[in-house]
Design a protein around this ligand. Sequence first.
Ligand code: UGA
Length: 464
Amino acid sequence: MNPLVPSSPAPPTPESPAGPPVGIVGTGYVGLVTGLALAELGHPVICLDVDRAKVAALRAGQAPFHEPGVDALLARHRDHLRFTTDPAEVFGPCPVVFVTVDTPPGPSGDADLSRVEAVVAAIPTGAELVMAMKSTVPAGTGRRITRHLRATGRHGVRYVSNPEFLREGSAVPDVLHPERVVLGADDAVAADAVAALWAPLGAPVVRCDVASAEMVKLAANAFLATKISFVNEIANVCDAVGADVATVARGMGLDSRIGAAFLNPGIGYGGSCFPKDVAALKQLAGNSGYHFQLLSAVIEVNELQKRRIVVHLADRLGQLQGARIALLGLAFKPGTDDLREASSLVLAARLAAEGATLVVHDPVVGDHALGLLPPGTAKVARAADALAGADAAIVVTEWPEYLDLVRPEVAASMARPLLVDGRNLIDPEAAASAGFEWVGVGRPDCFPAQIDLEAPAAVPVAGS
Ligand code: UGA
């Protein structure tokens, strides 16, 4: 019998968890949702974090971020989840410890592994545990950590790479219904211990060596980012030749070799993962002497895509100096309040640099966002208030509630009813019939019949 696989006379249930506790180090998206999923599978869970305020909030049942389903699971498993800042509560009682700390990009483009290193340093000599790495790390990291653990006498620590594929906004269902579980280990006993935890989910398991598991994660994210940059370039060509990218993407996506997912063009990918992981893979290849040309283009296309809309807008309005622009959505995608690498921040900075005045709205992002936006930016609680008096509005994040703005009275409240749909969220014809001048990404513009296209383009700002 595998001594590391939690055993119990009766299968554990969420109501009566059984077996030894599972440890989680780092309570960000990946850590907290992994912990909640394990609680849902019937395990007691102990979560460690260095951030005292976060631990205090979690003990009080408050999630540190907006993520659908997290609050409900926190409440449901209150009695079986422990939050602590004391490493001894995890490195001792927990036979399996998931490492889920962040690995942000360092100044050179390499992943900054200092938080992972701090976790390794906190494991005491004599510890007997499986360290299951969920943080995204460069290929080769697991091998280095294993060597370091041996060199420092911690022979009882076994290493498994178990990358995570959850998406923000759908993190809970993604973790509870994974399309695959990847387990990279040089030690079958350790891999079995982690496999046993995820076995009830019934996902296909990819067992491999540690470096290959690390590469699966980086390659998957880089491929998805490549798909987005590819469809963004197709959209730009569609703009140039008068084709409709929505139809093109549908026609492409029905080919099962291509697939329909991640073929939505827009104003670039953001978030805490794609920008960082694409840069990290490019850097990892470069460090090994290989120039990953394709990824350089993927990154460049993404950067240009964020700025392209500013040019569109300047063409329409004649000038941006003094124009009042509404930004609809700040989060890097719907379903989250995460602003990391959000296209909204680049767009806002560029528009302000051109002299525009900004009014922003987001249904979940808090007022702390104002600290990241240009001085003078106004943030409003109702989306319709952002549009009132604006010379143009840009859909930056495809929050479904923005579909409710497609009403004649909202269009009429704008100084000019120009709606630049940076995510192709809104049906162009519905927008035009409500009185908007609709401009999308890679789709033909759609204007209401009554718009006089010969009218002077530059729009003076009310009150200026
Ligand atoms: C991404 C991956 O999808 C997850 O599988 C992975 O686990 C995660 O990174 C990670 O490494 O932790 P996430 O960043 O949460 O997840 O969000 P996505 O839904 O992948 O979206 C990323 C960005 O791409 C967003 O800015 C989104 O607007 C953009 N996107 C996505 C597009 O522009 N077009 C698309 O068709 C899809």
